[in-house]
Design a protein around this ligand. Structure first.
Ligand code: PEP
Length: 249
C-alpha cells in the first residue's frame, strides 16, 4: 500500500486562539482539494477554537507535546487522554526545541510516544542531528541512537510518523538539499527495517522538516523516500502553508 503524504504545520508558540481560528478559516478553502493529509499542530490552549474552526474541512488537529503519565501530580502538563477527548489526532513528540530547552531525552520521547499510541493518537516523532554532529560525520551514529531508544516497544509503525529534522535546518532558512534529505531519510528507513523487522515498517511514513516552504516543497516531495513535511515558519501564513500542502499542483 502506498504511503500517503502528510504535511503538518508546527505553529510553536505562535497564534492566540482567535488568531489561530482566523488562520485555519483562511486555510480551509485553500486546501480543500489536497491529496495529502493536512495537520495543524497548535498550542494547547488554541485547541478548542481551532477545533471549532476546522469543522467540516480536511484539516486535522495536532498538539505539540504530551505527557507520558495517564494523570497525576505533573503541574502544567497535559495527558494523551485529555488531548484525545478534545478531538486531537496527532501530537509532535521530541521536537529538537523540546530536547534543547526542556530537557527532553530519548527515554522521555519513548515514554511519550507509547502514551500517545495507547490513547489512540498518532505521534509525529522528531529525530535529527545537530550541525556539529553532521560536520563531525556523526549523523548516522546519532540517528542510530535515537532509533534504538525512541521507538522501543512499538508494535505497528503504520501508526506513527517520523519527522527527520536536521537541527541545523530548523528556522535557519538553510534547507537540506533534496538529495541530502532523501539520502538520510532512506538511511532511517533502512535502519528502522533492520531494528524493527516485522513491525509494519513498510508502512512507516517519514517526513522532512527544516525550512521547508512554498519554494522548495515540490523538489523535496518529489524524492522517493520523503513522505511529507513538518513545517514551522511557513505554516504561520495560510497562503504559504497552502502552497506547501498543494506541492503537487
Ligand atoms: C520545525 O519547527 O519543526 C520546523 C521545521 O521549523 P522551520 O520550518 O521553521 O524550519
Amino acid at each position: 500500500m502506498a504511503r500517503k503524504p502528510i504535511i503538518a504545520g508546527n505553529w510553536k508558540m505562535n497564534n492566540t486562539a482567535s488568531e489561530g481560528a482566523e488562520l485555519v478559516k483562511a486555510l480551509k478553502p485553500l486546501v480543500k482539494d489536497a491529496k495529502c493529509e493536512v495537520v495543524v499542530c497548535v498550542p494547547a490552549i488554541d485547541i478548542p477554537a481551532v477545533k471549532k474552526a476546522i469543522h467540516g474541512s480536511k484539516i486535522r488537529l495536532g498538539a505539540q507535546n504530551v505527557h507520558f503519565a495517564e494523570k497525576g501530580a505533573y503541574t502544567g502538563e497535559i495527558s494523551a487522554k485529555m488531548l484525545k477527548e478534545y478531538g486531537v489526532q496527532y501530537v509532535i513528540i521530541g521536537h529538537s526545541e523540546r530536547r534543547a530547552y526542556f530537557g527532553e531525552t530519548d527515554e522521555t520521547v519513548n515514554k511519550r510516544t507509547l502514551a500517545a499510541l495507547n490513547a489512540g493518537l498518532t505521534p509525529i516523532v522528531c529525530i535529527g542531528e545537530s550541525l556539529e554532529e553532521r560536520e563531525g560525520g556523526l549523523t548516522e551514529k546519532v540517528l542510530d541512537r535515537q532509533i534504538s531508544i525512541d521507538f522501543q516497544g512499538i508494535e505497528d509503525f503504520s501508526k506513527i510518523v517520523i519527522a527527520y529534522e536536521p537541527i541545523w535546518a530548523i528556522g535557519t532558512g538553510r534547507t537540506a538539499t533534496d538529495e541530502q534529505a532523501n539520502e538520510t531519510i532512506g538511511y532511517i528507513r533502512k535502519r528502522m527495517k533492520k531494528v524493527y523487522a516485522h513491525k509494519n515498517v513498510g508502512r512507516l511514513r517519514i517526513q522532512y522538516g527544516g525550512s521547508m516552504n512554498a519554494k522548495n516543497a515540490k523538489g523535496l516531495m518529489a524524492q522517493p523516500e520523503i513522505d511529507g513535511g513538518l513545517i514551522g515558519g511557513a505554516s504561520l501564513k495560510a497562503e504559504d502553508f497552502a502552497k506547501v500542502v498543494n506541492f503537487d499542483k
